[in-house]
Each structure stands twice: as C-alpha cells, then as structure tokens.
Design a protein around this ligand. Structure first.
Ligand code: GLA
Length: 393
C-alpha cells in the first residue's frame, strides 16, 4: 500500500472556511480569498542575495472567509489550531500575538496599516492545506491571502509586488525571520502551468511552461525542523560577510573568478556559502533553459548538483533528506531530477520527472524510506497555479 497521498480539494476547503465562519460569527461571510503555497524547483538561499529563483505556486494554500466590520477591530479564528482566536485593534499599537500563527497576521497588519492607514476591521476564519513546517510556505500563503482579502474588502490598489514586499517586511520585522522575497512573490504572482524565474535584484519575472509530459512530485520527509530561523539568519549573515570581504554589494555581483581570487581573505565558511550561492544562480538560469528545451537529462544533473551544493557548501540538508534524495535517484536515474526544496533542515524534496515514474518513486520510497529513517513519507503531486494577485486565467 502506498503512503498517504492527500489530494487537494479547493471546494472542500472553501466550504470549510465558510461553514467555520458561520459557526463562529453566526452569519454568512461576504469575502473569500485564497493564496497558494509554493515549491521551489531550484535556486535556494539565493533570493536574499539578490539572485535568481525558480518556484511554482502549488494547488494548496491558505483560505480565508471574511466580512467587513464597522470598527477598527480585526478578529481571526484559525480552524487548524483548534479554532484559536486572535484579535487586535488597528487603532492601537499592535503587540506580538500569544500564538505563533497570530504573529504572521499581526505583522502583516502592521505593514498594511502603515501603507494604507484607511483600512478598517475584518472578521475572519482561516484554514489551509499546505502542510505546516514542511518548507512549502504555509506562512507566506497566509500573509498573501490576508493581504488579498483586505485588498478586496477595502478596494486597495495593492499590486502583487507590493503585497510581497509588505509580507516579507512583516516576517523580517515582526516575526524575526530574515527571509527573502521568493515565497511571498510566487504566492502573489504565480502563473498556472508555469514556473516563475524571478530575478531578486529587480523583481522582474519570466515564466516558463512546465512541459505537459512532466510531473512535479513533492515528498515530505516529516523531519521535524529545529532551529530553522536561527540557522537561516546565520546563513544570511555569512553570505553578507562573504560579499563584504569580496567588496561587492551582494553575492549576485560576484562570479567564481572573484571568489577564487578572494579565497585567502575569506573565512572558510563564508567561502563555502558564497560558492553555493554563485553556482546556484547559474543553475537556476540553466534549469530555466532546460525546461524550455525539455531536457530531462540536464534537469537531472542540475538538481543533483544543487542538492550536493546545499549539502556540502551551504550545509542545510539533514541525513533523512539526503537518504530520500538517494532513494528517488535510484528510481529515476537521468529521467528527472530530485533535490531538497526550501530553507532546509528538514521539510520536503521536489522531484521533476515523467508521470509514468511517479508511482514507482512512491512505491520505492514507501518501502525503503521508513526502514532507513524510522519516518513515514507523504506525497503531493503538484500542479502550478495562479498567484493570489495574478490576473485571472
Ligand atoms: C525560505 C525563505 C525564502 C528562501 C528559502 C531558501 O523559504 O522564506 O525567502 O530564502 O527559504 O531558498
């Protein structure tokens, strides 16, 4: 028997938040929003170095049912956290929430209110089907869904790029994670059936079609991620240190020749981190081309080399994840690629391969991975979706 593969069901999720809203507030909501999570095909830890990333928005995300209030109170119920409720007033200083999830809401409200002081209150019920803590951006999808519902409620001229910037600032300043902008931007601006090449230096995007005979499979390692934020922030500092030693404003402006020339003056860890970022930027561009020409062989090599770089240079993978990657590779060979996706220290791997191989991959992983690691995998076959701020299809 195969392990859990839960198919997303948008209608079910919408009904869930609508009914949740009715149960909590005793009336019907009049606003509904959705923002997707994401899986990054390649380009890890490059976004905050002004580099390139290549994510897709997935068919799982955060759903919100809401109604405008006549005052400045924002009142939120989170169905996925035993219906915990959090509220705050937009007229007062917004303090940290007693709940982890509440800080994403409150942080986003602080930034939104700074940009649009005219906003008023909302009653909301929230639920999502992005597995939490799996590195698929459940938090970015919450922030972007929240911004989308406020845009609709108060007719704000908010664009996808602006929403992504507000949400990123909320995480940086209120939540305390020095994340880049990839997750928020793909959740806002994703394009159905396409991967999005984002240049984080100027936020320009180009989309490339995912060939119809490709499958994107995400496998959750179920490794509990610890110390993610502190390790993440440390990596970011090390990259900044490397850029500073090399005399460039960001690693985006450095190439391998510069790096080798600075070898003596760079602390060894900063050298390794910079080596990952510089080579990863090139892999993103090569992967974009490989998707355009439909070269599974190149995809296989690029994803393998990205994973190795994250393991050896950037040191953000963990043993069960490396095991999972090896198991998948033993099935697909050069007929597709596999690598860890997201910030690291657990979470998911992403597989790009042909649909015929998906069942074999799932079967092998189900048989072997639990024996080798004591963990049960979950599988999500993903298709690329529109972002919450993209034009309707
Ligand atoms: C997290 C961050 C992103 C990005 C990735 C690593 O998902 O939120 O900004 O840095 O890690 O690529």
């Amino acid at each position: 028997m195969l392990s859990e593969e839960v198919r997303p069901d948008p209608q079910f999720m919408q009904q869930k938040v609508i009914q949740g809203y009715e149960a909590v507030f005793g009336q019907k909501p009049d606003l509904l929003s959705f923002a997707p999570g994401r899986v990054n095909l390649i380009g890890e830890h490059t976004d905050y170095n002004r580099g390139f990333v290549l994510p897709i928005a997935i068919d799982r995300g955060t759903y919100i049912a809401a109604k405008v209030r006549n005052d400045e109170q924002v009142c939120v119920y989170a169905l996925d956290f035993d219906c915990q409720s959090d509220s705050c007033s937009l007229n007062e200083r917004i303090a940290p929430s007693p709940f982890g999830w509440g800080n994403y809401v409150r942080g986003t409200l602080v930034e939104l209110r700074n940009a649009y002081p005219q906003i008023g209150g909302l009653d909301m019920v929230i639920s999502g089907d992005v597995p939490q803590g799996a590195g698929l951006s459940s938090s970015a999808s919450l922030e972007i869904a929240l911004l989308a519902v406020f845009r609709d409620a108060y007719h704000l001229p908010l664009t996808g790029v602006e929403a992504a910037k507000l949400a990123q600032r909320a995480e940086n300043k209120f939540v305390g994670c020095a994340c880049g902008i990839m997750d928020q931007l793909i959740s806002a601006q994703g394009k159905s059936g396409h991967a999005m090449l984002l240049d984080c230096a100027d936020l320009s995007v180009s989309h490339t079609k995912i060939p119809e005979d490709y499958a994107v499979l995400v496998i959750n390692s179920h490794v509990k991620r610890g110390l993610v934020d502190s390790e993440y922030n440390l990596r970011r500092k090390q990259c900044e240190q490397a850029a500073q030693c090399m005399g460039v404003d960001s690693l985006r402006s450095a190439n391998l020749t510069d790096l080798h020339a600075s070898r003596e003056s760079l602390p060894p860890l900063a050298y390794q981190r910079a080596h990952h970022v510089i080579t990863e930027n090139q892999r993103v561009l090569d992967m974009f081309n490989a998707l355009q020409t439909g070269s599974l062989d190149s995809i296989s090599r690029l994803m393998a080399s990205s994973h190795r770089s994250m393991k050896e240079d950037f040191e953000v993978t963990v043993e069960p994840i490396d095991t999972l990657v090896e198991i998948v590779k033993s099935v697909i060979g050069s007929r597709g690629g596999v690598r860890m996706t997201g910030g690291g220290f657990g979470g998911c791997v992403v597989v790009v391969t042909t649909p015929e191989l998906v069942a074999q991959v799932e079967q092998k992983v189900t048989q072997v991975y639990p024996k080798m690691t004591g963990l049960q995998p979950s599988f999500y076959q993903c298709s690329a979706q529109q972002g919450a701020f993209s034009e309707p299809k």
